[in-house]
Design a protein around this ligand. Structure first.
Ligand code: NAD
Length: 478
């Protein structure tokens, strides 16, 4: 068979301008830290230092919360919904105008392929601001009473897997409802949040409505436990989510948590198999599998197991792993050495417990943090790779015989964030969706997001919803 090589198709890095040092964005301007320490943000595909960023200390966090409070009381809280909407529309349009720059910056800082940051993350970021701009003057019709009020100051802590998109989910909703915000991006991916701070300035958003404090877990802890915040929104690991829930218990402050997942992607024998294979690949290799709703447990009906597995391996062998800025790249870099170590460790546990490992044969760059698209067969429900979130490009394959068995296995997890069903039969889709304990159930597709659609979990995947009308509830007193 003739093999055609891809010519490199690199996106230009020249469209981004990264400063060598960033302060904190407090009260509408970049300021130097009072009690923090600098740290570096690294390109995970090359290990190159991109910028020095400020790790905010408790005094910095306090300054940010006070700036948010003042903006809430003097400007943003009293402002009409229609006027708030104008700012949100303006931000949405600037995001669109600067989307190429933001996509490149996201790929540099996070390691995700430019194809994804350009075609998924950035369009969704703009869509979120547009969509919630539309809500800002219609909150009285959202189903939370005729005159729902904002909560005040929201403390928001986000992870590194979709840095700008998670920021948009949190900030667009909070602002539309009339709250002000102090947001902490993840320590490995602070740069697009800092670029967003610049967008706030460009949009002439009143000072203090959005404040960005960079830093690691300690900064996050100082923020969520600050007595001056009225609401905490956290996305990240179940472990940290549990700690935050414990520390807020009894304070009366509102909390929403979006934590991990271990989604089942269920393929029935009547499914269109080529489409299902695309969905399986998208489900687990999108964003290197570093997705809380990733379809990391594949459940295949026994009668089509050999066929699905054969097609899946053939498809995986065509995935291109490498330079995130190359437009041909399907699978980029793992976000950090710590995350790579975790993926390696759990994969080794998978082998030690008796599952069989297969990785796509692919060349990987020498520098940077990489892991090949991998699947495990012979997996049982007791294996750690079937129970724990790996958060990497690693798929655990299990089988089932009957729909009831598929439901039992799919629900046999402490998580409940998402699930996928592949079948030609509409009635089976509905039957499954009623029984799967997951916040989102995709049918004959996977990893589809829309600002009008609520997203969130059951059980250890957290509580509260983001997106849609439902997402407003977390930011309104009613
Ligand atoms: P993490 O929960 O430690 O970090 C998420 C965010 O919380 C970051 O901004 C971090 O600085 C902050 N943080 C850490 N400790 C904190 C504390 N005590 N108080 C307040 N904020 C704190 O997640 P991680 O270490 O980056 O990743 C570990 C695992 O978490 C991953 O392997 C994955 O399983 C899971 N994860 C889930 C998601 C998701 O979208 N649900 C995202 C990232 C990671």
């Amino acid at each position: 068979m003739a093999v055609f090589e891809y010519a490199p198709a690199p996106e230009s890095r020249a469209v981004v301008d990264i400063a060598s040092h960033y302060g904190l964005f407090i009260g509408g301007e970049f300021v130097e830290s009072e009690d923090g320490k600098p740290f570096k943000s690294v390109n995970p595909a090359t290990e190159e230092v991109l910028a020095e960023v400020t790790g905010a200390g408790p005094r910095d966090v306090d300054r940010a919360v006070r700036a948010a409070r003042a903006a809430y009381e003097k400007v943003w809280g009293p402002m009409s919904g229609a006027d708030r909407a104008k700012y949100l529309y303006r931000i949405a349009r600037i995001v669109q105008e600067r989307s190429r720059e933001l996509a490149v910056l996201e790929s540099l800082d996070n390691g995700k392929p430019i194809r994804e940051s350009r075609d998924v993350d950035l369009p969704l970021v703009a869509a979120w601001f547009f969509s919630y701009a539309g809500w800002a003057d219609k909150l009285g019709y959202a189903g939370f009473g005729p005159d729902p009020r904002p909560l005040g100051v929201a403390a928001q802590v986000i992870p590194w897997n979709f840095p700008l998109l998670m920021l948009a989910w949190k900030i667009a909703t909070a602002l539309a409802c009339g709250n002000t915000v102090v947001l902490k991006p993840a320590e490995t991916t602070p740069l697009t949040a800092l670029a967003f701070a610049d967008i706030c300035r460009q949009a002439e958003l009143p000072a203090g409505v959005v404040n960005i404090v960079t830093g690691a877990g300690g900064t996050g802890q100082a923020l969520v436990s600050h007595g001056g915040v009225d609401k905490v929104a956290f996305t990240g690991s179940t472990e940290v989510g549990r700690q935050i829930a414990g520390s807020l218990a009894g304070t009366g402050r509102r909390l929403t948590l979006e934590l991990g997942g271990k989604a089942a992607n269920v393929v029935f024998e009547d499914a269109p198999l080529d489409q299902a294979v695309e969905g399986i690949v998208n489900g687990i290799f999108f964003n290197q599998g570093q997705v809380c709703c990733a379809g990391s447990r594949l459940l295949v009906q026994e009668s089509v197991y050999d066929e699905v597995l054969g097609r899946l391996k053939r498809r995986m062998a065509t995935l291109r792993v490498g330079d995130p800025l190359d437009k041909n790249t399907d699978v980029g870099a793992i976000n950090s050495p710590a995350q790579l170590a975790r993926i390696r460790e759990l994969s080794e546990v998978g082998e030690a417990e008796g599952a069989e490992r297969w990785s796509a044969p692919c060349a990987m760059p020498e520098r940077g943090y990489w892991f090949p698209p991998t699947l495990f067969t012979g997996v049982t429900q007791a294996h750690r790779i079937a129970r724990e979130e790996i958060f990497g490009p690693v798929l655990s394959v299990l089988t089932f015989r009957t729909p009831a068995e598929a439901v039992d296995k799919a629900n046999n997890t402490p998580y409940g964030l998402s699930a996928g069903v592949w079948t030609e039969k509409g009635s089976r889709i509905l039957w499954m969706a009623q029984r799967l304990r997951a916040g989102v159930v995709w049918a004959n597709t996977f990893n589809k997001f829309d600002p009008a659609s609520p997203f969130g979990g059951y059980k250890e995947s957290g509580y509260g919803r983001e997106g849609g009308r439902h997402g407003l509830e977390a930011y309104l007193a009613h």
